[in-house]
Design a protein. Structure first.
Length: 224
């Protein structure tokens, strides 16, 4: 990716929900000269927020609806995707139990690599049972939801790359920090959004993670 001024926008859009995952990517070129750092490269930030929320059928259905209706062919659509997901999670904040937040900052070229690395890592954690790409939906044949009697959680991941910086979040994360992180991601706009990814597990109706699944699968999660 070669950033520069006045070259227009080269947009690549992808919507993907894997067994559990919704992915949306938009990489933009032709960023304004004002967005460059001292070395002539655009400074960018990549953030990853994960929230383990108590399962409700309404939240699970709303995430699926967000995936099905998301418009990923423009920066505005991607910014709206992050905003809509943030709204769903803020409405469910009474059910927040675990979370983690991390931010990387660097040149635009390296930010793209960091975003791709985090996205690949997250995709590898899931069984991809549902896919929505360029308006086409695919469902993995033969997948049978594993409904555990003590399943309690949905794990939602938001991954965002923007030109410029994101507000700092206090550590350890805690509940207020998670709320601040969501609000920080929601500040993305069509002007600064480079890439967006939203993932959740489980995606299949009625399926939820047990606490053991959650803590063994994602040991970096903090108690909020």
């Amino acid at each position: 990716m070669a950033p520069g001024a006045g070259y227009g926008t080269d947009l690549i859009a992808l919507l993907f929900i894997g067994g559990i995952v919704l992915v949306s990517i938009s990489m933009m070129r032709g960023l304004q000269q004002a967005g460059r750092d001292k070395e002539g490269e655009v400074e960018s930030s990549v953030a990853r927020l994960r929230l383990a929320v108590l399962y409700t059928p309404e939240l699970q259905a709303s995430l699926r609806h967000t995936a099905q209706t998301a418009e990923t062919e423009s920066p505005r659509g991607l910014a709206d995707l992050i905003d809509n997901t943030a709204v769903l999670l803020l409405r469910a904040q009474d059910g927040w139990r675990f979370g983690m937040y991390e931010v990387w900052t660097g040149s635009l070229e390296k930010a793209e690599g960091q975003f791709d690395a985090w996205m690949t890592e997250t995709r590898a954690e899931f069984i991809e049972t549902y896919r929505h790409f360029e308006g086409k939906e695919e469902v993995q044949p033969g997948y049978r939801p594993n409904v555990e009697p003590d399943g309690r959680y949905i794990l939602v991941t938001l991954l965002l790359a923007v030109s410029g910086s994101l507000p700092p979040i206090p550590s350890p994360l805690r509940r207020e920090g998670a709320r601040q992180a969501l609000m920080a991601l929601a500040t993305s706009s069509p002007i600064n959004t480079l890439a967006a990814y939203v993932a959740w597990t489980p995606e299949a109706e009625g399926e939820a993670l047990t606490e053991q699944d959650l803590l063994l699968g994602w040991p970096k999660l903090e108690l909020l």
